[in-house]
Design a protein around this ligand. Structure first.
Ligand SMILES: Cc1cc2nc3c(=O)[nH]c(=O)nc-3n(C[C@H](O)[C@H](O)[C@H](O)COP(=O)(O)OP(=O)(O)OC[C@H]3O[C@@H](n4cnc5c(N)ncnc54)[C@H](O)[C@@H]3O)c2cc1C
Length: 351
């Protein structure tokens, strides 16, 4: 008998496992490779929406919790995960510079937006109007995180690699059993895989496909994240992530020629040096109709829970939403109503 079964090992599953461990709870994780959002993510943590120069939802508070969360994981797993990198937002015009200055005066944004215009001194970039700098930002190496976390769980005997078989689940009033595992509670953290879930499939998860390129560009020599029509994010060995696309129809994890061309076209508007594409990846972001996470207890089954809907900000939302869910289950705290799935209970009964 364990306290929890956690289904899914992306950013949601990992952050929930961490809260469980911190609180001395036992658990088993069941996961497959059917969804890959966390695996392919750019991993950026940036609280500012750079299209409109506004703060993302509760982002400052989430970031304050996320930083120590990933630092602790680095120590526990013995890997580097957090690469602190400023984001330089390329200005398209003088008007945009002015909008930036206005924004940098607003509460909260003033902590993140530098009031200096950074002139471009990289000959590989075309940016005549310079950049605005976002501070306290960076990148989590999500691929390294998943790889290390998997082997950590394997070593502790808590890892089961398989597609969750709903026919093998039975639910009673105070336990759930799945094959030979008996647990007090079960949390589904399956990203876009939630669509196939007979218990939580009623939730309005849309899914937005994203694709990224990895390029090798030895002459680029850029240590900051550059945000123009696409991001370039520095990695090791002169490689950079370039992304991402947003597509609402295609729900597969297959990279497409169309998105590759779109990314290359956008990249060519500011990158002026030679480069080679060395990889191309795709995944489905678990996006929700009202752009808020999906967290909470099943309307009828008291021991089934969901942790999902992190959209395009899983790195920052994961630690926050996981702690909220744990405190809700174990300490009877109220869930943040904006992410509580109770807002869709009517939908469950009308289905
Ligand atoms: C191209 C791209 C770029 C992104 N860039 C960023 C970024 O820079 N910063 C940021 O914060 N976020 C970014 N995101 C968003 C981020 O990736 C997501 O918010 C986050 O990864 C969602 O995590 P998750 O654990 O909910 O889902 P997932 O990562 O999809 O994980 C779900 C897990 O559940 C497993 N699973 C699903 N169904 C089953 C089943 N039936 N049985 C067993 N296992 C199952 C899956 O295989 C997977 O392991 C990006 C996403 C994409 C696609």
């Amino acid at each position: 008998m364990v306290d929890y079964i956690v289904v899914g090992l992306g950013l949601a599953g990992i952050s929930f496992c961490e809260v469980l461990e911190e609180n001395g709870k036992t658990f088993k994780v069941i996961t497959d490779g059917s969804q890959q959002a966390s695996q392919v993510a750019g991993g950026l943590y940036n609280p500012v929406i750079l299209k409109r120069f506004t703060m993302a939802w509760k982002a400052k508070m989430q970031l304050q919790g996320a930083k120590p969360f990933y630092q602790k994981l680095e120590q526990k797993l013995g890997v580097t995960l957090d690469y602190e990198l400023p984001v330089l937002r390329k200005f398209a015009s003088i008007e945009e510079q002015n909008l930036w200055f206005e924004a940098s005066d607003r509460p909260d944004l003033d902590y993140f937006l530098s009031t200096k215009i950074i002139p471009n001194n990289n000959p590989s970039i075309n940016a005549p109007h310079g950049f605005g700098e976002v501070k306290h930002t960076g990148r989590i190496d999500t691929r390294a995180l998943i790889r290390s976390y998997k082997s950590y769980l394997k070593n502790s005997g808590a890892f089961v690699e398989e597609t969750f078989d709903f026919d093998a689940l039975s639910i009673s009033s105070d336990t759930v059993s799945y094959k030979d595992i008996i647990a007090k509670k079960l949390v589904f953290a399956t990203g876009f895989g939630l669509k196939q879930n007979p218990y939580f499939g009623y939730l309005p998860l849309n899914g937005t496909k994203g694709e990224l390129l990895i390029i090798h560009a030895p002459d680029y020599k850029e240590n900051n994240v550059i945000k123009s029509s696409v991001f370039t994010i520095p990695m090791e060995n002169d490689r950079y992530l370039v992304g991402a696309t947003y597509k609402w129809q295609d729900k597969t994890n297959q990279p497409t020629e169309e998105s590759k061309n779109e990314l290359l076209r956008k990249l060519s508007t500011f990158l002026q040096c030679d480069f080679e594409v060395v990889d191309h990846v795709a995944g489905i972001r678990p996006t929700v109709v009202d752009r808020r996470p999906l967290v909470g207890r099943h309307p009828e089954h008291q021991n089934l829970y969901v942790l999902n809907g992190f959209g395009s900000r899983g790195v920052m939302i994961g630690p926050y939403a996981s702690k909220q869910l744990f405190d809700f289950i174990e300490k009877q705290s109220e869930l943040d109503p904006e992410m509580d799935i109770q807002r869709f209970t009517k939908k469950y009964y009308s289905n």
